[in-house]
Design a binder for this molecule. Sequence first.
Ligand code: SAM
Length: 231
Amino acid sequence: MQFTFEPIGLIRSPFKEKFGIPRQSSLAPAARAELVLLPPFDHPDTVRGLETFSHIWLQFVFHETAARGWTPLIRPPRLGGNAKVGVFASRSTHRPNPIGLSLVELAGIERDQGVRLILNGADLLDGTPVLDIKPYIPFVESRPDARSGFVDGPPPQLPVNWSARAEADLNARPTLPADFRRLVDQILAQDPRPAYQDDPARVYGVRLFDTDVRFRVSEQDVEVLEIRDAP
Ligand code: SAM
């Protein structure tokens, strides 16, 4: 059996590359994205009533990594990058069918030209093709008593400190969204480095909008060093 699916929309998000994207939706509530519906799905009728739901499920394609295929075992970052679990015991992007599932807050619906859904808490790369939208139904889908295996709660948070240089860089970029700083804080507090990297002197960069946010991570905190133009 084979099936062919057509994207019903495309994501516009601040995340221009995979590095730095939160490892799950809702982990960075300031990650605001838009889902722009594509014709013929961009008719206001397709979303009639959806605004009565605060959260929605998105099914999407891991388009950036889809061509890399899959393996039966993967190393979840949660297990330090060494221990392996089955692909179906993980939320890895490298799956037999490279389909992702994210729960996001629906902050609004714009119907002026086509249809755009305004989302908070996205973990989606800019340009991600979305296959389907479904409303989240808490009384059916919220199970606070469920076992969650090796994923025992939210990731630890590090304090994020801004250097004087980074503060000045931010102030020199008035066109960035008002909650840009909050977004940077939420992303970096989760320490986006790969599990096996632990060099406090190493400088990393996260691409957000048209910027390259330079930072380093010690055991105690994250320091934002500067904000450059994205390369
Ligand atoms: N919440 C989804 C799920 O459970 O299916 C995604 C979880 S996956 C572990 C999250 C990662 O997917 C992000 O950190 C980001 O690196 C990656 N990602 C997001 N959008 C992507 C895309 N379009 N193609 C490939 N990888 C993507």
